[in-house]
Design a binder for this molecule. Structure first.
Ligand SMILES: NC(=O)C1=CN([C@@H]2O[C@H](COP(=O)(O)OP(=O)(O)OC[C@H]3O[C@@H](n4cnc5c(N)ncnc54)[C@H](OP(=O)(O)O)[C@@H]3O)[C@@H](O)[C@H]2O)C=CC1
Ligand SMILES: N[C@@H](CCO)C(=O)O
Length: 353
C-alpha cells in the first residue's frame, strides 16, 4: 500500500476540510486511487505547530476544539507556528500550502513552497499568490529537485480547468478565455438581485467559507486578477503580472444598477478575461459586465464559476463548476495528489529498471 505523508501549512477552512476527508475516505482512496494520506505535521498561525512522524489522527484534529496555541498541548507540538521547521524537517512527502493568499508579493506562501521544494518535497497548493507571482521559479525548482508543484485549486476551486486545458484540450490552440472566476462576488451579486444589501451578502459568503481572509480581494476584483494572470500564463503561454491586468470590482454597483439590469432582462457579472491579439500580445482584464440573460455566463449563479475557452480548432468550450467552498477546494488538493501519484513510476517499472 502507498501512504503519502503530508504536512498541512495553514489549518483554516480548506486544510481542515482535507483532514475531514482523510478521516473518512482513506479506505476508499486506497481501493480506488491506490494510496492513503497520513498527516505527519500541521502548522497554523493561530493554533501553533505539531510534528508527529507516526501520524496525527485527522478526526482528533478536526473535532478537538483547539484554542489559540492549542497544538502546544499535543506530543511534538508547539504553541507557535514554526512553518520553516515543519516544512523542512517534518517527514512529509507532500507539503499542502493553504495559508492566506497575499495578492501583493505572495508571501509567506512563496517561501513555504520554496522551502518545501528545496527540501525535495512535492507541493500542492490552493494559494493563488505563489502561482500568480512565482510560478516560473517554483516550477523550475520543482523540476530541478525531481518533485512536483501542483495548483489546480488556485483557479475555480475543485473544477479542473487547468488540467482540462492542458491535457484534454492539448492541440486545440487556445486563443483566449472569459469567465466568472470569483465565487464570492458571484454569490454576492445573486443575493443582491434577491434584495439583500451588499455587506450582508458579503457576510453570508464569509460564513459559507467562500471569501478571502480579506474579502476586499473578492469584491474589488483583485482575486480574479490573480486568476486571469494564472490562466493567461498557463493556457496562453503569456508572462503577465497582476499590474498588467486592468481591474475593477463589483463594489460600485448599486442596488439600482442591479434592479435596472433585471428589468431589462440583463444581469451583472464580474468577468475576467484574456486574449492574444493579432500582434501576439496577451491582454487581460477584470470588470463587471452587464450580460443579456441569453449569454452563456448569465445563468451561472451562487459560488459557481464558469469559463469559456476560445480555441482555434473547437471554437468555444465552456466549463462550469464550483468556484469556492471548503470541501470543493480540498478536492482540488486531492486531485493534485492524484496527479503526483499517477506520475510516480509504477512498482513494475521500478523493478524492471
Ligand atoms: N475557501 C475557498 O473556497 C478557496 C480558497 N482558496 C485559497 O486557499 C487558501 C486557504 O483558504 P481557506 O482555508 O479558505 O482560508 P482560511 O483563512 O480559512 O485559512 C487559512 C489559514 O491559514 C492560517 N495562516 C495564515 N497565515 C499563516 C502563516 N503565515 N502560517 C501558518 N498559517 C497561516 C490562518 O490563520 P489565521 O486565521 O490565524 O490567520 C488560517 O487558519 C487561501 O490562499 C485561499 O485564497 C482557493 C480556492 C478556494
Ligand atoms: N475567495 C475566492 C476563493 C476561490 O479562489 C472566491 O470566492 O472565488
Amino acid at each position: 500500500m502507498t501512504v503519502y505523508n503530508i504536512a498541512l501549512i495553514g489549518f483554516g477552512g480548506v486544510n481542515r476540510a482535507l483532514a475531514g476527508l482523510i478521516a473518512t475516505k482513506n479506505p476508499q482512496w486506497e481501493r480506488q486511487l491506490g494510496f492513503q494520506l497520513n498527516i505527519v505535521a500541521v502548522s497554523d498561525l493561530y493554533l501553533g505547530s505539531v510534528i508527529s512522524p507516526n501520524g496525527l489522527d485527522p478526526r482528533m484534529l478536526t473535532e478537538a476544539n483547539f484554542t489559540k496555541g492549542g497544538f502546544g498541548q499535543l506530543s511534538g507540538g508547539s504553541s507557535e507556528a514554526d512553518n520553516e521547521t515543519v516544512i523542512k524537517l517534518a517527514p512529509a512527502d507532500i507539503v499542502v500550502e493553504a495559508t492566506f493568499t497575499n495578492p501583493k508579493d505572495g508571501e509567506p506562501a512563496v517561501s513555504h513552497c520554496r522551502w518545501a521544494l528545496q527540501a525535495g518535497k512535492h507541493v500542492v497548493t490552493t494559494n493563488k499568490g505563489p502561482v500568480a507571482l512565482a510560478a516560473q521559479e517554483l516550477k523550475a525548482l520543482a523540476k530541478s529537485r525531481g518533485v512536483r508543484f501542483e495548483y489546480e485549486g488556485a483557479v475555480m476551486s475543485g473544477t479542473p480547468v487547468m488540467r482540462l486545458a492542458d491535457k484534454t484540450l492539448a492541440g486545440a490552440e487556445m486563443k483566449g478565455f472569459e469567465g466568472i472566476l470569483n465565487g464570492t462576488s458571484n454569490f454576492v451579486l445573486g443575493r443582491m438581485e434577491g434584495g439583500l444589501d451588499f455587506s450582508s451578502a458579503v457576510k453570508e459568503a464569509q460564513a459559507l467559507g467562500y471569501a478571502e481572509a480579506d474579502p476586499t480581494a473578492d469584491v474589488e476584483g483583485h482575486d480574479v486578477r490573480l486568476k486571469v494572470v494564472i490562466l493567461a500564463n498557463e493556457l496562453l503561454g503569456a508572462n503577465l503580472k497582476p499590474e498588467d491586468v486592468t481591474c475593477e470590482g463589483i463594489s460600485r454597483l448599486s442596488p439600482h444598477d442591479i434592479e435596472t439590469a433585471a428589468k431589462e432582462n440583463c444581469r451583472w457579472k464580474l468577468i475576467g478575461s484574456a486574449a492574444r491579439g493579432v500582434d501576439g500580445i496577451v491582454v487581460g482584464s477584470v470588470a463587471p459586465k452587464r450580460l443579456a440573460l441569453e449569454h452563456p455566463l448569465a445563468g451561472v449563479g451562487g459560488a459557481t464559476n464558469a469559463v469559456s475557452l476560445n480555441t482555434e480548432l473547437l471554437g468555444s468550450v465552456t466549463i462550469t463548476g464550483p468556484g469556492a467552498g471548503r470541501v470543493e477546494t480540498a478536492y482540488a488538493l486531492l486531485s493534485d495528489i492524484v496527479a503526483i501519484h499517477s506520475a510516480q513510476p509504477s512498482k513494475d517499472a521500478k523493478e524492471a529498471a
